[in-house]
Design a protein around this ligand. Structure first.
Ligand code: BDR
Ligand code: CA
Length: 306
């Protein structure tokens, strides 16, 4: 299959998304972006999982701060390391990712790479669009982004987290004419997990499976300590990359609110082509059973089951 570049802020659902891609496509590399946690913690998480899963693709540090203003992280939901567990933690890894995410992404596209999965704030992609406006607008380039919402937000009432952290970055991409395939909250919320979904990993004897089970359980417990179903976010966008018919998209006009005091970071979608020419593809439905199965299979495989 064609290689995929992944831009991530390395929460647990990011890890699950990367494992889903890696199960069926070569991962060309990762660029890291500040979001869930500060960039140095994103780097630590990425290096820890890379050593755990013996990833051999390059990992490059990208933007530490959004285009404008200060980074707002999600530590209030995710804890200091961005990966709440229920016991075991990722191994502490010293060191840094390689520098220059921008150069690495340019190299990926120049060498023919056409699939990019973005599962964090869009800062790195905006830097790419500013440095090389010719690349992300290549007609066969596919940029799938988990972010935004066609309904309510999660970070604020109006704004989804990845959109809210760096709204200017999305505005840059839209202004540059980049066609984004947006997998927003409303689509991702069709695919949910409960504590029962931890059982297959728990039943697996390996230490790695138990760590993944702890991290998955920590993720599910984000929603009311596991009493409500927890949406799967980034894995839905990963599914859209590797099995395009698992998510359906509708062309529409995508914009982002930059100014509203209550609505900054809100993605505004005009579905009516007679009002505005479509510039994006918006995910509307996700095949939940299939995507849940993809995630279970990818985690079990990563745990050493196959
Ligand atoms: C997004 O925010 C992050 O915490 C998740 O990994 C996902 O990318 C959901 O709003
Ligand atoms: Ca993410």
């Amino acid at each position: 299959g064609c290689p995929v570049w992944i831009d991530t802020d390395m929460g647990f659902d990011d890890l699950a998304a990367i494992l889903i891609v890696a199960a069926s496509r070569p991962v060309a590399g990762l660029s890291l972006v500040a979001g869930n946690v500060a960039l140095h913690q994103v780097e630590r998480n990425a290096l820890a999982v890379a050593s755990m899963f013996k990833w051999d693709f390059p990992i490059h540090a990208g933007a530490a701060a959004p285009l404008k203003g200060h980074l707002e992280t999600a530590h209030y939901v995710l804890g200091a390391d961005g990966m709440p567990g229920t016991g075991r933690k990722l191994p502490a890894v010293e060191g840094h990712a390689q520098p220059d995410a921008l150069g690495a992404m340019i190299g990926f596209i120049e060498k023919g790479g056409r699939d990019i999965l973005a599962i964090g704030p869009l800062t790195d992609l905006a830097h790419l669009a500013e440095a090389r406006p010719d690349l992300l607008t290549l007609p066969d380039l596919r940029l799938v982004w988990m972010g935004g919402s066609a309904g309510p937000g999660n970070h604020t009432a109006a704004a989804e987290f990845n959109a809210a952290v760096d709204p200017e970055a999305l505005a840059v991409l839209i202004a540059a004419g980049v066609q984004i395939a947006m997998v927003g909250l409303d689509c991702c919320r069709q695919v949910t997990l409960t504590l029962d979904d931890v059982a297959p990993l728990r039943a697996h004897p390996s230490e790695r499976a138990q760590l993944l089970a702890d991290l998955l359980e920590g993720y599910v417990r984000i929603a009311d300590n596991g009493h409500r179903p927890m949406a799967l976010y980034d894995p839905v966008a990963a599914a859209a990359v590797i099995e395009p018919d698992s998510v359906t998209f509708t062309p529409a006009r995508l914009d982002i609110e930059l100014d509203g005091t209550l609505t900054r970071g809100m993605t505004v979608i005009e579905w009516r082509a007679r009002k505005a020419a479509p510039n994006a593809l918006i995910a509307t439905t996700a095949d939940a059973p299939r995507i849940r199965a993809m995630m279970q299979a990818a985690l079990l495989r990563a745990a050493g089951d196959q």
